[in-house]
Ligand binder design. Structure first.
Ligand code: SF4
Length: 151
C-alpha cells in the first residue's frame, strides 16, 4: 500500500509503460493506451500487448488501487519477476522486505507467482509463433514510434 510500484510505471528510460494484454485494455481510457509488442515482416501487423502511458496510475487513489479486483496481470504479479534466473523479487519493494521478515520464500500458489507464470506462458507463445520473415516489434513511448526488437 505504499503506491510506489503504481507511481513509477515508466521507470528507467520511460520508453515503456504498464504492459496490458488485449483483454485488459478496457481498464484504461483509449487515449491512455498505446500498442507495446507486435509481430510483422516489414512493419508491425499483429499486436500482442499494449501499454498504459502514464507514469502514475490513474487508478491509484490515496495509495490504494481502485480497481484492485480487476487489475491487470502485470499488477497482480508484482513484486515477483520471472526471468532467466527464475523467480526473483523487484528491488526496493517494501512488501518484499515485510515478506522476507516472516518467510524466506513465496509459495508456488501465491497469486503473484501464478500471475507471473501466466505472463511467461503468454510471452512464450508470442516469441515462438513467428511466420516466415516475421520479427518482433516494440512501440517506444519516448520516440512515439515502432522499433525492431532484434534487428
Ligand atoms: S491498476 Fe491498480 S495495481 Fe495496477 S498500476 Fe494501477 S493502481 Fe496499481
Amino acid at each position: 500500500m505504499c503506491g510506489r510500484c503504481c507511481s513509477n510505471l515508466r521507470a528507467g528510460t520511460g520508453e515503456s509503460g504498464l504492459t496490458l494484454f488485449p483483454d485488459e485494455i478496457h481498464l484504461f481510457p483509449e487515449e491512455k493506451v498505446r500498442p507495446h509488442l507486435a509481430k510483422g515482416v516489414d512493419e508491425p501487423t499483429t499486436i500482442f500487448t499494449y501499454q498504459y502511458t502514464d507514469n502514475v496510475c490513474m487508478h491509484l487513489v490515496d495509495n490504494m488501487c481502485q480497481v484492485y479486483d480487476d487489475r491487470a496481470l502485470m499488477c497482480r504479479k508484482f513484486p515477483v519477476k520471472l526471468g532467466a534466473n527464475g523467480l526473483t523479487f523487484s528491488p526496493g519493494c517494501k512488501a518484499v522486505l515485510n515478506l522476507l521478515r516472516t518467510s524466506k520464500t513465496l509459495s508456488d500458489d501465491a497469486e503473484e507467482v501464478q500471475a507471473a507464470l501466466v505472463i511467461a506462458e503468454r510471452l512464450m507463445l508470442f516469441h515462438r509463433g513467428f511466420a516466415d520473415g516475421e520479427v518482433d516489434w516494440r512501440f517506444n513511448l519516448v520516440s512515439d514510434a515502432w522499433e525492431k526488437m532484434n534487428p
